[in-house]
Design a binder for this molecule. Structure first.
Ligand code: SF4
Length: 119
């Protein structure tokens, strides 16, 4: 996933995973996830909590991963608004913003517009 797409688009792309149990998602991520930090860095990278630095780290770590959508869906469920680090090719700042839209979409089937109005 890249952050040039809107949160509404990213949330809609995850709709197909809404009914997949979390333990199945976890198994997919475990089997197919490609956490590149093991191959790219000598030791696990430290997330800075800084938007641009962690955004670049997310792009580097998650490039080519076949389980990005499943990883992102799982972290949105588990980490929710308190999510930290890099998961699903997004840094925590981007994922927290996505979580607000994603959770509204799951609860209501509708997107939350930037103004806070329902679409
Ligand atoms: S999307 Fe990124 S964090 Fe998630 S499994 Fe793939 S490489 Fe690891």
């Amino acid at each position: 996933m890249n952050t040039s797409r809107s949160h509404e688009q990213m949330s809609a792309e995850l709709d197909g995973l809404a009914e997949v149990p979390s333990d199945v998602l976890a198994s997919w991520v475990s089997d197919r996830g490609r956490c590149q930090w093991e191959a790219t860095f000598d030791e696990r990278p430290e997330w800075t909590g800084e938007g641009d630095a962690d955004r670049g780290l997310a792009a580097q770590i998650c490039a080519g991963c076949l389980a990005r959508a499943e990883c992102l869906e799982l972290e949105l469920r588990i980490g929710g608004a308190q999510t930290v680090g890099v998961w699903g090719a997004l840094n925590e700042e981007d994922r927290r913003a996505l979580h607000e839209v994603w959770s509204c979409r799951r609860r209501t089937g509708r997107d939350l517009m930037p103004s806070g109005e329902w679409s």
